[in-house]
Ligand binder design. Structure first.
Ligand SMILES: C[S@@+](CC[C@H](N)C(=O)[O-])C[C@H]1O[C@@H](n2cnc3c(N)ncnc32)[C@H](O)[C@@H]1O
Length: 230
């Protein structure tokens, strides 16, 4: 019998936001897999480091540090390493920051393995709601809609989508922050935008996005914009 693959959402960074379910499944797995930057530490692993035991085998999947999506071959190789453990009858817990299916690195592993192995997903607290909580601002109310926009889009596309939405969460800010500030400024929305960096983590920072130096913006940051209808 093969093992079972678990996609575990671990939340935005604060270990207190790991769900009881994810923790139970993590503790029961023989193998723990996670993405890790080449030569660096895995952020997902760091959230639950205190609960991983020496008896569990760890598989660090090396992600390149360069910008842009990792090559498909990286996911092919990672899926086959995980498949070998599953074929050996071991349960594999794949660790994901936030939620596994909200821009999570688990999705490409899932698509490669879901037809071959039993899979269970434990949803996690996503950065989308963690950032709204950190900013102490409602994301949406009543019949409003929320649009999630990756900052990696070209500026014209960002502006087009921002022009249409009630509320927006602009993710993957990092080196795209200046472009996003410019797009928001062009729409008269920069003054309404809240910047949230490292929500729920020790170095959490919340500020008006207009006051942020774009050169200082890390990857774990987003901007929230909400047109008030009140
Ligand atoms: C590839 S997406 C992964 C999202 C993750 N799966 C989730 O559910 O939150 C990474 C982006 O999520 C946002 N993000 C994740 N964690 C965050 C945090 N703690 N604070 C602020 N933004 C965060 C950032 O915009 C970051 O660039």
């Amino acid at each position: 019998m093969t093992g079972r693959l678990y996609g575990l959402g671990l939340g935005p960074g604060d270990p207190e936001l790991v769900t009881l379910k994810a923790l139970r499944l993590l503790r029961a797995a023989q193998v723990v897999a996670y993405p890790a930057p080449k030569g660096g530490d895995s952020f997902a692993r760091s959230i639950v480091a205190e609960w991983i035991t020496p008896a569990q085998r760890e598989i660090a999947i090396p992600f390149p540090m360069r910008p842009g999506p990792p090559p498909a071959a990286l996911y092919d190789d990672a899926a086959e390493i995980i498949a070998a453990a599953l074929d050996a009858g071991e349960d594999v817990a794949f660790l994901c920051q936030g939620d596994p299916f909200f821009y999570g690195s688990f999705a490409p592993i899932f698509t490669r393995l879901a037809a071959r192995y039993p899979v269970t997903i434990a949803p996690g607290v996503s950065s989308l709601v963690a950032c709204a909580a950190a900013a102490a601002t409602p994301l949406v109310q009543r019949d409003e809609t929320v649009t999630v926009i990756p900052a990696t889009l070209p500026e014209a596309e960002l502006a087009r989508r921002l022009a249409e939405c009630d509320s927006a969460a602009i993710i993957k800010l990092g080196r795209h922050a200046a472009k996003v500030q410019h797009a928001l400024g062009g729409l008269g929305l920069l003054g309404d935008a809240i910047y949230v960096e490292r929500a729920s983590q020790a170095r959490e920072r919340v500020a008006r996005f207009a006051e942020i130096d774009p050169a200082s913006v890390p990857y774990f940051a987003m901007a929230l914009v909400r047109r008030s209808r009140e």
